[in-house]
Write a protein of this length. Structure first.
Length: 186
């Protein structure tokens, strides 16, 4: 399914990165950054953008950054983009992980909408896991499950526990004909 872009987009190591903030301050021993933005290119030379309304870094554990109001525009392939929105997450630079601790919505340019309760991304290993329910809708199909794992940089998707898939063949065919892509279920 098309949700593999989460793994692919986040797991691709950037070739170049630019970081900027609107301002920063120290509060209670923590560095608070307003509107941090991260722009760069994946190893495939595709641009991406990520921002947050606020980032908080405890000076005692410099590798861990709490993010609020996360928004990202990530490449799926040469012609398709994903928009990611999440209220909260924690980036661990030392372990190269991103733990999104709140509901998140992922919307792609080709019409897929994925809703996850949480997600743990292991950027270094190229994987993602959630033990919370997921709901993925695309033109003519819907899949839900109680957990999901993405492996091998988005090449393998495993849906577990109460997996349900509903297909409307007419809408699925119309979506493919309109350039929505091809979906393969094995």
């Amino acid at each position: 399914m098309a949700v593999g872009f989460v793994g692919y987009s986040y797991m691709a190591r950037p070739a170049a990165v630019a970081v900027e903030t609107d301002g920063s301050a120290y509060s209670n021993g923590k560095l608070v950054m307003a509107n941090p933005k991260l722009e760069g290119f994946t190893k495939d030379n595709r641009p991406y953008k990520m921002s947050a309304s606020r980032a908080i870094q405890d000076l005692k554990s410099e590798g861990v950054v709490q993010l609020e109001g996360i928004a990202a525009k990530l490449p799926i392939d040469a012609e398709n983009w994903a928009m990611v929105d999440a209220p909260h997450g924690v980036y661990d630079r030392d372990n190269n992980t991103l733990d999104i601790t709140s509901e998140m919505t992922i919307t792609t340019a080709n019409g897929m909408v994925a809703k996850l309760q949480s997600a743990y991304l292991d950027i270094g290993q190229g994987g993602m896991k959630t033990d919370d329910p997921i709901d993925i809708q695309l033109q003519g199909a819907k899949i839900t499950s109680d957990s999901m794992t993405i492996l091998e940089n988005g090449k393998v998707l495993v849906f577990e526990k109460r997996v349900r898939m509903n297909i409307d063949p007419g809408r699925l065919k119309a979506g493919q004909d309109a350039g929505g892509g091809e979906y393969v279920v094995q």
